[in-house]
Design a protein around this ligand. Structure first.
Ligand SMILES: Nc1ncnc2c1ncn2[C@@H]1O[C@H](COP(=O)(O)OP(=O)(O)OP(=O)(O)O)[C@@H](O)[C@H]1O
Ligand SMILES: [Mg+2]
Length: 203
């Protein structure tokens, strides 16, 4: 069966290294986006809506219209994160193309297999054409399913030696190169062909 694969972009870096700014540029021009937005950043951008309940989120997920929504959850994040992942999966598979952005995955996943509907989104959503941007400051502490399925790695300056070692092992980008990155500088690896691009984010 021919599948129209989505891409999974794993974005890694310390605070203020450039992760969110990179993804903002990458999704410019996308028409339907659902962001897991616990820090309430995406929802404040021009043209974006803030959603705070699962009921509202599902209303978007069932709509064939264009939208950019940030789902802002508070308190215990695990349950709303699972609901968000399920909503994205259903929107992308049953309604129309959708892009997923997940901020700070180390808060809602662990180094074991991706939990629940996030795992479903990663394993089956990609095959059904959903593009996913998975962001964390600490991939050594976030789920391995995302890292194992990544189409691209975008590595910014890291905050810890653990993350440098872990990402170097997963990407074969040298530890010394990752350790030498300045804020806004990044290395992008294409997992499919092993090609590497080095660049600096510009505004
Ligand atoms: N539109 C913009 N114009 C100019 N500078 C910007 C813009 N957006 C972000 N920056 C700057 O770029 C740097 C990286 O910001 P960004 O929000 O991408 O960091 P981050 O890696 O997502 O950090 P965190 O993990 O804290 O979310 C910051 O110094 C920020 O002030
Ligand atoms: Mg950010």
């Amino acid at each position: 069966m021919k599948t129209n694969d989505g891409k999974l972009v794993v974005v890694s870096g310390a605070s203020r290294s450039g992760k969110t700014a990179y993804v903002r540029k990458a999704v410019k021009g996308e028409k339907r986006i659902m962001a897991w937005d616990p820090e309430d950043q995406w929802s404040r951008l021009p043209g974006w809506r803030r959603v705070t309940t699962v009921t509202e989120l599902l209303r978007y997920a069932e709509s064939p219209k264009n939208y950019k929504v940030g789902f802002v959850a508070r308190g215990d994040l695990k349950e709303p994160f699972d609901a968000w992942a399920e909503a994205v999966f259903n929107a992308g598979v049953f309604v129309g193309p959708v892009v997923a952005i997940a901020e700070e995955l180390s808060d809602v996943t662990t180094p074991s297999k991706a939990p629940g509907n996030w795992g479903v989104l990663l394993r089956r959503g990609l095959k059904r054409g959903i593009d996913i941007y998975a962001i964390s400051q600490r991939w050594a502490e976030a789920d391995k399913t995302a890292v194992g399925n990544a189409s691209y790695f975008v590595l910014f300056r890291q905050s810890s030696g653990d993350d440098i070692r872990y990402l170097s092992r997963k990407t074969r980008v040298a530890e010394s190169e990752i350790a030498g990155l300045k804020p806004l500088q990044f290395v992008m690896l294409n997992s499919a062909d092993g090609s590497i691009v080095r660049d600096t984010l510009k505004f």
